[in-house]
Design a protein around this ligand. Sequence first.
Ligand code: PLP
Length: 391
Amino acid sequence: MDFEKIVDRKQTSSVKWDRAEKIFGSPDVLPMWVADMDFDNARPIKDALRKMIDEEVLGYTFPPDSLFTSISNWQKTKHNMPTERENILLSPGVLSSIAVAVQAFTEPGESVLIHEPVYPPFFSMVNKNERRVFRTSLDIEDGQYTMDFDDIERQFKDENIRLFVLSNPHNPGGRVWSEDELVQLVELCKKYKVILISDEIHSDLVYSEKTCVSPVTLDDSYKDWVVTLHSATKTFNIAGVKTSFILVFNEVLKAKLVKVQEETELDIVNTFGMRATEAALSESNEWHEALLEKLEANRSIVTDFFDKELPEVSYMVPEATYLFWFDASRLGVDDDKLRETFAQTGKIGLNDGISYGPSGKSYMRLNFAVPKSLLMDGLKRIKTVFDHYSN
Ligand SMILES: Cc1ncc(COP(=O)(O)O)c(C=O)c1O
């Protein structure tokens, strides 16, 4: 477990490193964008895969009981969510699960409500499935995103919303929604018969001052309205294995999901993903706890740097996720040029806020899940950009 080791990821088909030149238009950009950590994987995961390759034949496989047990135990101990095998559906990815949920719970042309700003594929998954996307903007209170319940209720009513997709915790703002907020949201869902999809892929990456709550655990009746999506891939940096899970406690909702999964073969996950997920959830707790300490230390490095070196730049302190959302409006650069500006002037690859929706305007997203030396390098590059534009 060495979170300071620099792993050379170039020429490994890494989206983060090997797509950077294409995305940012420059070969020497330091990539601190897509939510993928520059940390080597936990040893039990690598050992499990190595053992498999050395000792087994890679033919057809089915999910073993031990995989379901590892997911149940994780949900129970980390998320206070007692989960039986029959509540778990495997799925290649959280985005695949969103697509399945859209098809299972809505008809073409029906309406889906989503926060904005939010992780951009939420919009595209709904659009690609030919459902109508409605957006409800997040407010900012005390430097953190909050939900606008009046607007949510108005849209539930006026637009006949059938599905709400929630990022819990929130990407890109790093907000951990409070119990009160989640109760308000699910109560509205119950009132207007809207299914809530709670995407909890970042829910294991929560800082010590907060606890991420799964809305389905708040009241037994919420099981009829909430479907939870989760995965070991973000927590353990194994996104390449394409394996995730859906947690569903209502038989009718489950039957609808299973039908779509079976029709599309999206109920099958790959051998490596199953093995890696099980090793992650059942054997890599020590790595997970050390990771949280490392990320919390990095979060302090980032906020201290901004406070000291860029005091005029506002930002959101992430309560979860390794994503740092800061306001670049002082640069006076148009939104469609911000990403390029950081890439050309600072040689740093960041996500531009506008791609998360219109209210992401002027923001940039930094991924700080990297060794300290890379983080310091990245922060200096960001400062170079602000210094350049203030001269
Ligand atoms: C909120 C959120 N949901 C889903 C995903 C992607 O999940 P998957 O790779 O399992 O499709 C991400 C990736 O960053 C994410 O941030």
